[in-house]
Write a protein that binds this ligand. Structure first.
Ligand code: NDP
Ligand code: MG
Ligand code: MG
Length: 333
């Protein structure tokens, strides 16, 4: 079993004389910056002007500066920008301002693992990744808890860097929940695999295929929406609380029997073989290369796909139905 670090394993005083630069005041940035400050750390924020996140940082009492200035002033420099732009901002604004002994940080290993961020000589790199969205990282901290987090250290990183990374996770509340040590490779590859195969890619493809099957068979789209999308939340909540066992305990015996008999007909050995191919593309760097090239091409095919996906019937049906369910904090994007 993985070793788990808690509050007593981390020493916040290691950060006492350090300046922590948080670059980016988005989901993770706003949460980590505020939690660290509330934990008594010296935090500065690098955030470009002109958007709501700049104003948000100001309204939270920070004096946002450029990424370059923040990197220059920071001893720990955490890049919390969208993964696909980190490489450019790093090369242009951050790398020239790092000095030996600084600790370069991130919350997802993509750019380090795939060589888009190459720390200079004398700079170790550490990952501190909360296993939850920024808003939960903040709200749990304020409530006295913390979201479990991961740490990882670059090859050859010093023990001091490990202790600093642990102290950092204590500052964001991570050691209240528990911190597990991983590697850049493991964090990056499992994260990409999870979002592609299960969480984002797998689930949305499953929901769409189920919805289309019912609608093509002549059932009302509203019925298909309820069965194939809306009710998913109830099932996932049961997973979340007690795993598959609890879901199967909670649903009817008929549903449980159908689960055992039909589930393996939907996700087959063939599906699993394809999962392995997706994993191979992640491990080989093929996925990373494709995504980085897509960005170099101005995200042309990404935008086209997004536009097409947005017009799927399940989206228009769902939008109308969600308006009928006033207790849902419904969102439209
Ligand atoms: P967000 O998209 O929420 O925030 C992005 C930040 O980057 C904003 O401050 C934004 O400022 C700024 N930004 C965007 N584009 C540019 C640009 N071209 N130049 C300069 N600044 C820019 O990011 P997240 O917090 O979601 O992700 C940050 C990191 O955390 C990523 O590595 C991600 O993988 C990781 N992570 C995210 C989790 C999450 O739940 N969101 C969970 C765990 C890890 P502006 O408003 O001006 O655009
Ligand atoms: Mg991810
Ligand atoms: Mg049912």
């Amino acid at each position: 079993a993985a070793k788990v670090y808690y509050d007593d394993d981390a020493d916040l005083s290691l950060l006492k004389d350090k300046t922590i630069a948080i670059i980016g005041y988005g989901s993770q940035g706003h949460a980590q910056a505020q939690n660290l400050r509330d934990s008594g750390c010296n935090v500065i924020v690098g955030q470009r002007p002109g958007g709501p996140n700049y104003d948000l940082a100001k309204s939270h009492g920070f004096e946002p500066m450029s990424a370059a200035d923040a990197a220059k002033k920071g001893d720990l420099v955490n890049i919390l920008l969208p993964d696909e732009i980190q490489g450019d901002v790093y090369r242009n604004d951050i790398k020239p301002n790092l000095s030996s002994g600084n600790l370069l940080m991130c919350s997802h290993g993509f750019n380090i693992h795939f060589g888009q961020i190459l720390p200079p000589e004398g700079v170790d790199c550490a990952l501190a990744a909360p296993k939850g969205p920024g808003h939960l990282v903040r709200s749990e901290y304020v409530a006295g808890g913390g979201v479990p987090s991961l740490i990882a250290l670059s090859d050859g990183a010093s023990e001091t860097s490990r202790q600093l990374a642990l102290a950092y996770t204590k500052g964001i509340g991570g050691t209240r929940g528990g911190v597990i040590e991983t590697t850049f490779a493991e964090e990056t590859e499992t994260d990409l695999f999870g979002e592609q195969v299960v969480l984002c890619g797998g689930v949305s493809a499953l929901v769409k295929a189920g919805f289309e099957t019912l609608v093509e068979a002549g059932y009302q789209p509203e019925m298909a929406y309820f069965e194939c999308m809306h009710e998913l939340k109830l099932i996932v909540d049961l997973f979340y609380q007690g795993g598959l066992n609890y879901m199967r305990y909670s649903v009817s015996n008929t549903a449980e029997y159908g689960d055992y008999t039909s589930g393996p007909r939907i996700v087959t050995e063939e599906t699993k073989a394809e999962m392995k191919r997706v994993l191979n593309d992640i491990q080989s760097g093929k996925f990373a290369r494709d995504w980085l090239l897509e960005n170099k091409a101005g995200q042309a095919s990404f935008f086209a796909t997004r536009r097409r996906e947005r017009t799927h019937q399940i989206e228009s049906v769902g939008k109308d139905l969600r308006r009928m369910m006033t207790w849902i904090d419904s969102k439209e994007v």
